[in-house]
Design a protein around this ligand. Structure first.
Ligand code: PNW
Length: 482
């Protein structure tokens, strides 16, 4: 009998990062600027004064970081490519940057030499600035998808002989909503954020959402048509989204609010991408024609864009409470309130080192099972992790003793086991976020998500306890399966 929390024998453990959060070397070897360079430098108050100029200096410390992965027993490593390192101006007729391509070749070859399988994310938020300046970037649905397809093709051509696992986009929800509704992320457009001077929160996030859906679809269709046969790889997308429970479990309106919230988070992208359908009905009802339609030719591209897996980024859960007032023009979440306590005053989970993140493994299991049943694809958890309570203020010696993180990771891996063994979900791998402490976007260098401590003065890396025990933990859980 397999234990209920055991993991499948072929389950793979890895670690994840993203280019702008770790690489640094932003002006080196011909890299072009991205919207994050601009956001950090033109509006430093919006990123707590931080930028990715140096970050973890991974660009110059590649060998050392490969060594960490090896020490930790990583089977896989998920990284992202900086589009503007590969194509500095970004566009389909713009020249390639061979020095940038060479960096990723060194990374890929270094992984393979160590027996680690590369997982390449094409887009983790760092749009080439030039495309934003040329035509508004993701605000131009037609132009952006053509440029993204060409960029994807370049990556398949240059890396696809060795890279067999592709993630098209990381968290299109965050790209659209944080970038174009709340303005918290680059390019920082918003009509409800006093720090933003440009943007239209009632329309722009929905336009950007469609541009991202179609860019993903084009990249996948190109892979299927011209590369899959010879390269024999897999491609999917990483979607974020919390699990929501009703605030008042006896009120059906709160149950509906919880589902609606998840549709606004996940169904927005997953319906067209995995089900080849229009956006969820509740989004149409609330947003009407502000949601750009899929034309017959868009649908034909979506049909050709069958992908292989659902990449899930999961951190936390919340309670949803319905609202009695109609949704405002700028509401992006399905006209609900989000709370960390339910009507009875019970907390959704234990506090971590970040206000929005509570540890909710029971709801993680429900989330995994729900997503598997809805979209029917094998799931890879492409991100999961947390900062420990108070870790932003800790010394290195305190931070590396990360018992809270070990417990968080273990509890979440056990939830995976239960979803697989008791609910029948197919879940094939897990990437801890993150390999090392890094630039946490607009939160700067405060929150530490790493299994490796990064000293931002000396750039020295120190493995935390979690890094050294995770592989053993997973192997023990795998051995318990029969
Ligand atoms: C993800 N939220 O972003 C990103 O993919 C990573 O780059 C990031 O470092 C990681 O999660 C940790 O935050 C998120 O506020 C950022 O709910 C914010 C939220 C969720 C995901």
């Amino acid at each position: 009998m397999a234990g209920t929390t055991s993991l499948p024998r072929d389950f793979e453990l890895g670690f994840a990062t993203a280019s702008y959060q770790i690489e640094g070397a932003v002006a080196e070897d011909g890299r072009g600027k991205s919207i994050w360079d601009t956001f950090c430098h033109l509006q430093p108050t919006r990123t707590k004064g931080a930028s990715g100029d140096v970050a973890c200096d991974h660009y110059h410390r590649l060998e050392e970081d490969l060594g960490l992965l090896k020490t930790y027993g990583a089977q896989t490593y998920r990284f992202s490519v900086s589009w503007s390192r590969v194509i500095p101006l970004g566009g389909r007729d713009d020249p390639l940057n061979e020095a940038g391509i060479a960096f990723y070749n060194r990374l890929i070859d270094g992984l393979i030499a160590r027996g680690i399988t590369p997982w390449l994310t094409l887009y983790h938020w760092d749009l080439p600035q030039e495309l934003h300046d040329r035509y508004g970037g993701w605000l131009d649905i037609e132009e952006s998808q053509k440029d993204f397809e060409r960029y994807a093709r370049v990556c398949y051509e240059r890396f696809g002989d060795r890279v067999k696992n592709w993630v098209s986009l990381n968290e299109p929800w965050i790209v659209s909503i944080f970038g174009y509704a709340t303005g918290g992320n680059a390019p920082g457009r918003s009509s409800i954020n006093p720090q933003s001077t440009e943007g239209n929160t009632s329309t722009e996030p929905w336009i950007v959402g469609k541009a991202l859906i179609m860019s993903h679809a084009r990249a996948v269709a190109a892979y299927n048509q011209d590369f899959r046969g010879s390269q024999k790889g897999r491609i999917g997308i990483s979607l974020n989204g919390d699990y929501y429970e009703p605030w008042d479990s006896s009120d059906p309106r709160d149950s509906e609010a919880a589902v609606r919230r998840m549709e606004f988070h996940i169904g927005w992208f997953a319906n067209p991408i995995f089900l080849k359908q229009d956006y969820p009905k509740c989004m149409r009802e609330q947003l009407g024609s502000r949601l750009p339609d899929f034309t017959a030719s868009d649908m034909a591209i979506l049909q050709k864009a069958e992908c292989d897996f659902y990449g899930m980024n999961y951190y936390t859960s919340q309670f949803a409470r319905h609202r009695d007032q109609p949704a405002s023009e700028t509401d992006c979440i399905g006209n609900i309130d989000e709370l960390q306590e339910n009507k009875k005053g019970a907390a959704v989970g234990e506090k971590s080192g970040l206000h929005w993140l509570r540890s909710c493994p029971v709801m993680f299991r429900k989330h995994l099972t729900r997503i598997y049943r809805l979209y029917g694809k094998p799931i890879y958890i492409t991100e999961n992790g947390c900062p420990c309570p108070g870790e932003d203020k800790m010394t290195r010696e305190e931070s590396v003793n990360d018992e809270y993180r070990i417990r968080y990771l273990k509890d979440h891996l056990e939830a995976v086991g239960k979803s697989v063994n008791e609910d029948g979900a197919v879940i094939k791998g897990y990437f801890a976020w993150s390999l090392m402490d890094n630039l946490e976007w607009s939160d700067g260098y405060g929150p530490r998500f790493g299994v490796t401590y990064t000293d931002y003065e000396s750039l020295e890396r120190t493995p935390k306890k979690s890094a050294l025990v995770l592989r053993k933990l997973v192997e023990t859980m795998k051995a318990a399966s029969s």
